[in-house]
Design a protein around this ligand. Structure first.
Ligand SMILES: Cc1cc2nc3c(=O)[nH]c(=O)nc-3n(C[C@H](O)[C@H](O)[C@H](O)COP(=O)(O)OP(=O)(O)OC[C@H]3O[C@@H](n4cnc5c(N)ncnc54)[C@H](O)[C@@H]3O)c2cc1C
Ligand code: SF4
Length: 586
């Protein structure tokens, strides 16, 4: 165990950032570029990430063929569903117990050990990555914008709350994120899914084009996967390479040349180069402290994750970016005489309005005209396609509100998948070869409504390895989500029929809550301090030098993946923070 270099604890930093994922990294980038002296505390290790990801390793060069070593186990759908808690008794033989994402040898040290990081309550597949960069080391890269269909969703269907901002407010910040980090895609001019400033796009393959054309007559849109990947390269960033299209994206592991965005190479290393950032990994923040006289945040208490030593560090501003659920946990833990229900919680909304995306329904099929054709290079790209939302845009669906989109892909892959061919020997191999390029599949992601009664709080008894109280879930999908999931299955079939595909498998199983890894909303923003935790700049209504800049601030989940929006909002909030600081308002 090498203890982390001591930070100068006698110093008062301009800002301390808790967490180093998409949100924490962006806060570090924006604030250090404005000359602020910033300390970043990250609970996990700084891994030798290239050594972990080994994107070009062949399965035969890996002792467990790329899967987990025998002493480790990653949780299955059934284990999440029937075990309470999912990491409970029955796993004695497994030294390491990991979430469902930890099923490969390349992610095993990135995701947390479930036993060391327990949680309780209703079933939830909680995926956490405790290391420098957090979940951005292994994210799926789909980078979408939200629109006023999302920001002003209440105006359309009366449910929930509108955001205190509209698309016009955030659009310039989406542009900044696009240009600074790089994104590939194709312009579609859709008002419900605004375009980014795209770099060179990937190509759709034959079956994907067939599906695109098949659904065009239904007024539906399929576009290239909008990937948070630089396809042209970024001249201003020496830590990242452009995408070589190596086909490693789908290997559940991340990109070891950093063409795909990750927070360390995209944001944190450049911020360190300014000389204004101090980084301390292995630092688990357990409380945001408050000056009893002013009521303002004064700094944080943190535990060295390896030595267990406890420290306090002072800062003029505290920026919480520990990811939606961990940020809620930290604020709930930060109780004081002035804030008896947790910090920034005078509204009672902290931990509530928790929302995400419902997943599960999907389809697999075969483009018959591709059977027996010569293999093509289809997986040398960072994603397949995105089939955009089509429900509740112009028309109102009679059974549910809001919408969903599909992520999918087709074609030949290094390792044939989904061919549904059974058998053995030479004839089996021949059948697999004949069919593999014809396979096409897609799965839906739908908006889970933001409801007050879906919430997290602290478990009164269970603690993690560092003695910090665990989070307890009170969270279930509702009728709207289940009715939407029914529709996902029907429309998937209808669209594959329209494209003339042979349908091989339709899934209507709704995956466990949490499966999307898009948790949002636990400290929502709003104009009214009685019903929201943060204002439009992700600044606490109660404590003006406290900002929460991750997915916690979302008012609803929309059906688009959240990371690009998290970063655009964070950039906007940090611009505001720096201005307010200059004016002496914090
Ligand atoms: C397999 C996978 C696929 C995904 N696919 C997509 C996708 O296609 N598109 C998309 O938009 N999103 C996707 N996501 C989600 C995306 O990764 C997250 O939205 C994003 O990483 C959120 O950023 P964050 O900074 O809020 O949290 P994180 O990236 O999780 O970072 C939070 C950091 O805070 C640290 N931390 C937590 N608690 C503390 C504490 N008490 N003290 C100090 N540090 C702490 C953690 O260790 C972590 O490093 C995916 C995620 C996964 C795992
Ligand atoms: S396809 Fe591109 S983004 Fe994906 S792992 Fe390879 S180089 Fe990285």
């Amino acid at each position: 165990m090498t203890p982390e270099p001591e930070v100068d604890l006698s110093k008062t930093y301009d800002a301390v950032i808790v967490g180093s994922g998409a949100a924490g990294g962006m806060a570090a980038h924006v604030l250090t570029s404005k000359g602020m002296k910033v300390l970043m505390l990250e609970a996990g290790k700084k891994l030798n990430i290239e050594q972990e990801l080994r994107s070009m390793e062949w399965p035969y060069d890996n002792a467990s063929r790329g899967f987990l070593p025998p002493d480790s186990h990653s949780l299955s759908f059934n284990e999440y569903t029937i075990r309470r808690p999912p990491y409970g008794p029955g796993f004695e033989k497994s030294k390491h117990l990991l979430s469902y994402v930890g099923s490969s040898d390349y992610t095993k040290n990135i995701v947390v050990d479930e036993r060391e990081n327990p949680y309780t309550g209703t079933n939830y597949a909680w995926v956490r990555a405790r290391c420098l960069g957090g979940k951005t080391n292994i994210w799926g890269r789909l980078a979408l914008r939200l629109s006023d269909y999302d920001f002003k969703a209440k105006d359309r269907d009366g449910f929930g709350e509108n955001w205190p901002i509209g698309y016009r407010d955030i659009a310039p910040y989406y542009d900044k994120v696009d240009l600074y980090l790089g994104i590939t895609g194709v312009q579609e001019n859709l008002d419900y899914l605004p375009d980014s400033i795209f770099q060179r796009p990937t190509k759709l393959n034959c079956a994907e084009v067939t599906l695109k054309q098949g659904i065009q007559k239904m007024g539906r849109v399929l576009t290239q996967y909008r990937a948070g990947v630089t396809s042209d390269g970024l001249k201003h960033n020496k830590y990242r390479s452009r995408c070589y299209g190596r086909g490693a994206c789908e290997r559940k592991g991340g990109c070891d040349i950093h063409a795909a965005f990750d927070s360390p190479t995209g944001l944190i290393y450049p911020a360190l180069d300014t000389g204004n950032l101090t980084l301390r990994p292995n630092s688990t923040v357990r409380e945001v402290t408050v000056d009893p006289n002013t009521g303002k945040a004064s700094g944080v208490h943190f535990i060295d994750s390896q030595t267990m030593n406890d420290y306090h560090v002072k800062a003029k501003v505290v920026i919480v970016a520990a990811s939606t659920l961990e940020s809620a946990r930290l604020l709930l833990l930060s109780k004081s005489r002035r804030h008896p229900n947790g910090l920034a919680n005078s509204s009672g909304h902290l931990g509530h309005n928790f929302c995400e995306h419902v997943m599960g329904p999907g389809i697999a099929g075969r483009a018959k005209d591709r059977v027996g054709k010569a293999p093509t290079l289809d997986d040398g790209r960072p994603g397949g396609f995105y089939l955009t939302r089509f429900r509740n845009l112009k028309d109102k669906h009679p059974k549910f509100i809001r919408g969903y989109g599909f992520e999918g892909g087709s074609g030949s892959a290094m390792f044939p998948r989904g061919t549904d061919v059974h058998g053995f020997g030479a004839s089996f191999k021949e059948e697999v070869r004949k069919n593999q390029g014809a396979f096409i599949g897609m799965g839906a992601f739908g908006e889970v409504l933001s409801r007050y009664e879906n919430y997290v709080d602290l478990d009164p008894a269970v603690k993690d390895k560092w003695g910090v109280p665990a989070l307890r879930f009170h969270y279930k999908f509702g009728d709207n989500e289940h009715r939407m999931a029914e529709d996902m299955k029907e429309t998937a079939k209808e669209m594959f029929d329209a494209a003339g595909f042979e349908i091989m498998h339709v899934s209507d199983r709704v995956l466990t809550e949490g499966w999307s890894i898009h948790e949002l909303g636990t400290a929502r923003m709003g104009s009214d301090p009685k019903t929201s935790v943060l204002n439009q700049f992700e600044q606490s209504h109660d404590v003006k030098n406290l900002f929460v800049v991750d997915g916690s601030a979302f008012v609803n989940a929309s059906c688009q993946n959240p990371t690009w929006t998290i970063m655009a909002l964070c950039w906007r909030s940090c611009d505001y923070l720096a201005d307010e600081m200059k004016k002496g308002n914090l």
